[in-house]
Design a protein around this ligand. Structure first.
Ligand SMILES: Cc1ncc(COP(=O)(O)O)c(C=O)c1O
Length: 406
C-alpha cells in the first residue's frame, strides 16, 4: 500500500522551510510569459549579461578535453589558490589554498558554514532587511535568527552598534551581507572592524557575505572583511560568489575563506553533501578570475547607468520614496503610501501589491515582505534602460489605479 498524501511526513527541519517569495514571483512571471503576456521581469536577482567569453571558452575546452571526473571535494587547488592570492594581494589576508573552499554557489558556502557553526538554540544576529535564505538556513540548522532593523533614513547603512546591542550569551554568528540584497546598503570599514572586535571578544564568528562586493557606486568603497583577517584570523569568515560578479549564476560556483579549521569542517560537510562543484565549470571560473575584469567593469558601468534611470523614474511616481542604493543592483523603494488602507477589500501588504503589479502592469517585482520589510518593493536593474523605464512607467500608471477608493 502506498503512503497516503495525509500521512506523508516531512522532517521537523524541512517543515520549517517555506518556498522563497522571490522564487514564487519569478515562477508566476514565467507562467504569464509562457501564456503570451508581455512581462517585464524586474524580480530576478541575476545580471542579464553573458558570462565572460574567457570563462565560456576555458570551460568548453576543459569539457572537450574530458575534464569531467570528480575533483578534490574542496574544488580545484588552482582555483582555491587563485582566490587566496586575490585576498592576500587585495586585502593583505594571510590566506593560502587551505583557507579557501570552492562551493556550489555562495548559497552552499553559507549553508555549510551555518551547519558547521550553529547548534540548536544558538543565535545568529542579522541586519535586516536581509536576503531570503539567511533566516531559513539558520532555522534549518536549529538556530534562532535575530534580525536587527537598519534604517531606511540613511539608505540602510549597516551599523555595528545596534547589532552588538542584540548580542546575548547564545550569539554564535553575526551574518553581514554588504552590499546588501535587497537594500543596497553597505557597512563601512570602521563599523566592520568594531563588529569583528565585538565578535572576537564574545567568541562569535563574523560571517560576511560579499556576493555583491564588486557592485558599489558613486565612489562608495566596499569594505572587504578579508582586510581584518590578519587581526581576527579565526573570527572573520568571508563568502563570495562567481554568480553576480561574473554573471555566472547558472554555473553554481562560490567559495568560503577563513580559518583553515573552519574551512576543513565545511569541507567535511561538503564531502557528504555535494562533493566537488562541477569540474569544468571551475576551469571556466578560474579563467574569469584571471581575465574577466573587463567584463566586470562593463557590467558595473551598465549598472551605474541603470541605477540612475531606475531611481529617477521611481522618484517621479507620487508616493514612492527611493534612495539610490550604495551597492548591489536593486532599487528598494518605499511604497507604504499605497499599502496603508488601499481600500477595495485589499489586504494592503507588499505581497498583494506585487501580485497586482504583475497581473495589472505586467511587471514582476519582489514584495519587501520577503525580506522582512513590508513597506518596500525590490526591483532588480537586470534589464535594459528602455525596459526599466517602460516597466516603471507601467508601475506608476498601475499604482495610480491601485485601490482607487482610497
Ligand atoms: C546576498 C546573497 N547571498 C548569496 C546568494 C547566492 O548566490 P549564489 O548564486 O552564489 O549561490 C545570493 C543570490 O541571490 C544573494 O543575494
Amino acid at each position: 500500500m502506498e503512503i497516503s498524501t495525509e500521512s506523508l511526513a516531512f522532517s521537523r527541519r524541512a517543515r520549517l522551510l517555506a518556498e522563497s517569495a522571490t522564487m514564487r514571483v519569478s515562477r508566476r512571471a514565467g507562467e504569464l510569459k509562457a501564456a503570451g503576456r508581455d512581462i517585464i521581469d524586474l524580480s530576478a536577482g541575476q545580471p542579464d549579461f553573458p558570462s565572460p567569453s574567457v570563462a565560456v571558452e576555458a570551460a568548453r575546452e576543459a569539457l572537450a578535453a574530458g575534464f569531467t571526473r570528480y575533483t578534490a571535494a574542496a574544488g580545484l587547488p588552482d582555483l582555491r589558490r587563485a582566490l587566496a592570492d586575490r585576498y592576500a594581494e587585495g586585502f593583505g589576508a594571510p590566506w593560502e589554498t587551505d583557507n579557501v573552499i570552492v562551493t556550489v554557489g555562495a548559497k552552499a558556502a553559507l549553508f555549510e558554514l551555518i551547519q558547521a557553526l550553529v547548534d540548536d538554540g544558538d543565535e545568529v544576529v542579522i541586519p535586516s532587511p536581509c536576503w531570503v535564505s539567511f533566516e531559513e538556513q539558520v532555522r534549518f540548522a536549529g538556530g534562532n535568527p535575530i534580525t536587527v532593523p537598519m534604517s531606511a533614513a540613511d539608505g540602510f547603512t549597516i551599523h555595528a552598534e545596534p547589532l552588538i546591542g542584540a548580542f546575548s550569551d547564545r550569539t554564535r554568528l553575526v551574518l553581514v551581507n554588504s552590499p546588501c540584497n535587497p537594500t543596497g546598503g553597505v557597512i563601512g570599514a570602521a563599523d566592520l572592524r568594531r563588529l569583528a572586535e565585538a565578535c572576537a571578544e564574545r567568541g562569535a564568528i563574523l560571517l560576511c557575505d560579499e556576493t555583491y562586493e564588486r557592485f558599489v557606486y558613486d565612489g562608495v568603497e566596499h569594505a572587504g572583511a578579508a582586510a581584518l583577517a590578519r587581526d581576527f584570523p579565526v573570527s572573520v569568515v568571508v563568502v563570495g560568489s562567481f554568480s553576480k560578479t561574473y554573471s555566472m549564476t547558472g554555473w553554481r560556483l562560490g567559495w568560503a575563506a577563513g580559518d583553515r579549521r573552519i574551512i576543513r569542517k565545511v569541507l567535511e560537510i561538503q564531502s557528504h553533501a555535494t562533493s566537488n562543484p562541477t569540474s569544468f565549470a571551475m576551469v571556466g571560473a578560474l579563467a574569469a578570475l584571471r581575465q574577466g575584469e573587463p567584463d566586470v567593469q562593463a557590467m558595473l558601468a551598465a549598472f551605474a547607468e541603470r541605477r540612475r534611470a531606475v531611481v529617477d523614474a521611481l522618484k517621479a511616481i507620487p508616493g514612492v520614496d527611493c534612495r539610490p542604493p550604495a551597492g548591489a543592483f536593486y532599487a528598494f523603494p518605499r511604497v507604504s503610501s499605497y499599502l496603508e488602507d488601499p481600500g477595495e477589500g485589499r489586504g494592503g501588504g507588499s505581497l498583494e501589491l506585487a501580485e497586482y503589479l504583475l497581473e495589472e502592469a505586467g511587471v514582476a517585482v519582489v514584495p519587501g515582505v520577503a525580506f522582512g520589510a513590508d513597506p518596500h518593493l525590490r526591483l532588480a536593474f537586470a534589464c535594459s534602460v528602455e525596459d526599466l523605464e517602460t516597466g516603471i512607467q507601467r508601475i506608476g500608471e498601475a499604482l495610480g489605479r491601485y485601490g482607487r477608493s482610497r
